[in-house]
Design a binder for this molecule. Structure first.
Ligand SMILES: [Cu+2]
Length: 334
């Protein structure tokens, strides 16, 4: 080989090597999103730059209790209602994988409200039982976004439980708090149970007359041993979504004032202060923060108050000694 050819070969080799290393670095830069099941929240992102994040969800149909001794045929993401919460950083590329369990009966897909275009991904992700599809989107805007299935007529897929939340964190993250929780409100429109199992009732849906209005997928998901917990002096943040499918939620925590409300779940816009009740539309969200000063049981409700009888109630149990002068007299317990 002539010296000229040798030098050309060497240059080609170096370029090839650099391209290979760059490609390999790209592959290794990918990370898999940590998902959390409600009421838990994935940990804050520590990265100070964007990367590629892989999110894996699987559509799963299953039967479980919606109310005491009443079962319902749920359709879900990952086998829970609501589906898991994902936490992404603004600027990240999200490589989204949706699979549909072989044992399912329905096609499913996903519309992520954090996505611009292609019906939020629904146009690219319809999967028959046994199939998997992938699409990638850039997380362009920080906020708390709903995702839901939009297959078929949409209404039965949403009514049966196919929804969840995805948080797109701003650069630098959100202010540190002591506790974070994930709560999602939804309505269920059910037929008269047969052998203890109810199914979706389209007529009740059209009449907007839910049988149940619940937090985290079933009656009692935030009561008794499932109550949220905090200690006096701690600041609590609730990531709250409302899928509807029909009703707006009048979100209120009995015994507390929301110190901050990220209006309609947007981050970087209006943070409202000192709010008693905040309105969350169907397929909308909010982020609320508050410091607890007094021990006891706080009651999370949709203050459209008749809905409490349909299940829209949860507890936050706060332990510790009171550190507030806001209540100057009176005993907590007899
Ligand atoms: Cu579906």
């Amino acid at each position: 080989m002539s010296p000229y050819k040798k030098s050309q070969f060497f240059k080609f080799f170096i370029v090839f090597l650099l391209i290979s290393l760059y490609g390999a670095a790209g592959v290794f830069a990918k990370e898999t999103a940590t998902l959390a099941t409600a009421p838990n929240v994935p940990p804050p992102i520590k990265r100070n730059s964007a990367t590629t994040v892989v999110v894996n969800l699987e559509a799963k149909e299953y039967v479980s209790e919606v109310s005491h001794e009443i079962k319902y045929g749920y359709w879900s993401f990952n086998g829970t209602v609501p589906g898991p919460m994902a936490r992404i950083r603004v600027g990240d590329n999200v490589e989204f994988h949706l699979s549909n369990a072989k044992t399912n009966t329905q096609p499913h897909n996903i519309d992520i409200h954090a996505v611009n275009g292609a019906h939020g991904g629904a146009a690219l992700s319809t999967v028959a039982p046994g199939e998997t599809k992938t699409f990638t989107f850039n997380a362009m805007a920080p906020g708390l976004f709903i995702y839901h299935c939009a297959a078929g007529s949409i209404v039965d897929h949403i009514s049966n439980g196919m929804y969840g939340l995805i948080l797109i964190e701003p650069e630098g993250g959100l202010p540190k708090v002591d506790r974070e929780y994930y709560v999602m409100q939804s309505e269920f429109y059910t037929s008269e149970p047969v052998n203890g199992e109810a199914s979706f009732d389209m007529d009740r849906g059209l009449a907007e007359n839910p049988t149940y209005v619940v937090f985290n997928g079933r009656e009692g998901a935030l009561l008794d041993k499932n109550a949220l917990k905090a200690n006096v002096g701690e600041t609590v943040r609730i990531y709250f979504g409302n899928i509807g499918p029909n009703k707006a939620s009048s979100l209120h925590l009995i015994g507390e004032i929301f110190d901050k409300v990220y209006l309609e779940g947007g981050i970087g816009g209006i943070v409202n202060k000192n709010i008693q009740t905040t309105l969350v539309p169907a397929a909308g969200s909010t982020i609320v923060e508050f410091k607890v000063n007094w021990p006891g049981s706080y009651v999370l409700v949709d203050h459209s108050i008749f809905r409490v009888a349909k299940g829209a109630i949860g507890h936050l149990v706060v332990e510790g000694n009171k550190d507030s002068k806001t209540i100057t007299q009176g005993k907590l317990f007899n």
